[in-house]
Design a protein around this ligand. Structure first.
Ligand code: GDP
Ligand code: MN
Length: 380
């Protein structure tokens, strides 16, 4: 789950990482009131779950509450890379002498958290990695040993920070970022820019924060930060129904049981010359209600022209899946043709149930490839 900048900063502040004072606003009037309450110059910042807001015109400096209101009016409703701005973060403006970059993420290859730090902040980190790779310092933390203060010093010296006060502040922030990352079950904590003010104060000016979805059950306060209105409506519906669903660009709706089979189904549709409309995993159970839920999610995508239902019965029983399909056809109106391939436990019985009922628009195919070809043909 990705957090908004202001939510990430709230968590940073909780662990002692310095951030600027600010307030949330959802209307131009609220932005004005926030600017008045904060006092002095403020920055009006679009809150969207994507980066590059500055370049897209989503971040503006205001010297008066009047100006803050005007900027808010311009930024609210703005479309930034497909994300419409509905919230603003009004923050006390900082004077910036230097912009650094600090992040902590998982290096899955090394199976360890990885720090990245550079004094070349403010720009996209990929750009630094490409144009100035030596400026980027990497450091892994062994999760069994935990974090040690010398690791922060290695990052700071390695990146060439020479001012002793800066070194001390950044080292402290690095330690606190590790604590934030571990305590929140984060998968990414990024500060870009980490600024140094003309007075030599170090502060997090931005945050990019991703929390592991599978750990949200033990962070109810973070789970509550989810903005359901911003989520893709279909993905939100799927989450509500406990269906694993990812929207893709094509026309063949894909439904499998188990992540591996669903993934192969996406592949075989592509192999047969079609384009999958989604990835949808029914999970291990595959009971009738699960089938109804999954089909009701898939069929709400107007791009779906045919549905490929690919089931391998292990624990899942194919006869039960077949009944689920018939039940779904009774409960929801499905106009797209459905191609079913059933194999494994009770597959013969499952196929017989479907063939006997013979609902219109339902095709039963013996193999995965035959079914994929049929589904692709029907989507054309
Ligand atoms: P992003 O574009 O989505 O990464 O948003 P950021 O929060 O990183 O802001 C982009 C840029 O706006 C920063 O790199 C700064 O240069 C500038 N900026 C943001 N806040 C302030 C501020 O308080 N004062 C000044 N002078 N510039 C700011
Ligand atoms: Mn940024």
């Amino acid at each position: 789950m990705d957090l908004y900048e202001y939510q990430g900063k709230q968590l940073f502040a909780r662990f002692g990482i310095p951030v600027s004072k600010g307030q949330l606003a959802e209307t131009p009037e609220e932005a004005r009131a926030a600017a008045e309450a904060i006092g002095g110059s403020v920055v009006v910042k679009a809150q969207v779950l994507t980066g590059g807001r500055g370049k897209a015109g989503g971040i503006k400096l205001a010297t008066t509450p009047d100006e803050a209101e005007q900027h808010a009016r311009a930024i609210l409703g703005l479309d930034i890379r497909g994300h419409v701005v509905r919230r603003l973060w009004i923050e006390s403006a900082s004077d910036i002498a230097k912009e650094y970059y600090l992040s902590l993420t998982f290096d899955r290859g090394a199976k360890q958290p990885l720090f990245m730090f550079t004094t070349q902040g403010g720009v996209e980190i990929e750009e630094v990695a490409e144009t100035n790779p030596d400026a980027l310092v990497y450091l892994h933390v062994d999760p069994l040993e935990g974090f040690h203060p010398w690791q922060a010093r290695r990052l700071v010296y390695g990146a060439g920070v020479t001012d002793p006060s800066e070194q001390k502040q950044i080292a402290s922030i690095i330690g606190k970022l590790y604590e934030t990352f571990v305590s929140c079950d984060a998968m990414l904590c990024e500060i870009n820019p980490l600024i140094v003010t003309p007075d030599g104060e170090v502060r997090a000016l931005d945050s990019k924060f991703t929390v592991d979805d599978n750990a949200l059950y033990r962070h109810p306060d973070i789970a509550e930060m989810r903005d359901n209105e911003a989520a893709d409506p279909l993905e939100a519906l799927a989450r509500e129904k406990n269906v694993t669903y990812v929207k893709l660009d094509g026309e063949v709706g894909v439904l499998g049981n188990g992540a591996g089979l669903s993934m192969s189904t996406v592949d075989v549709v592509t192999f047969a010359g079609g384009r999958p409309a989604n990835f949808c995993d029914l999970g291990g159970g595959g009971d009738a209600q699960g089938v109804v839920d999954a089909l009701s999610v898939i069929t709400r995508d107007p791009q779906v022209r045919s549905i490929f239902f690919n089931i391998f019965g292990g624990i899942t029983r194919c006869d039960e899946v077949a009944r689920g399909i018939l039940q779904a056809l009774e409960q929801i109106e499905i106009t797209a043709p459905i191609v079913v391939r059933l194999d494994g436990t009770n597959s013969e019985e499952g196929r017989r149930i479907l063939v006997d009922a013979a609902p219109p628009g339902l095709h039963v195919e013996p193999t995965m490839l035959d079914a994929a070809r049929r589904a692709v043909e029907l989507a054309a």
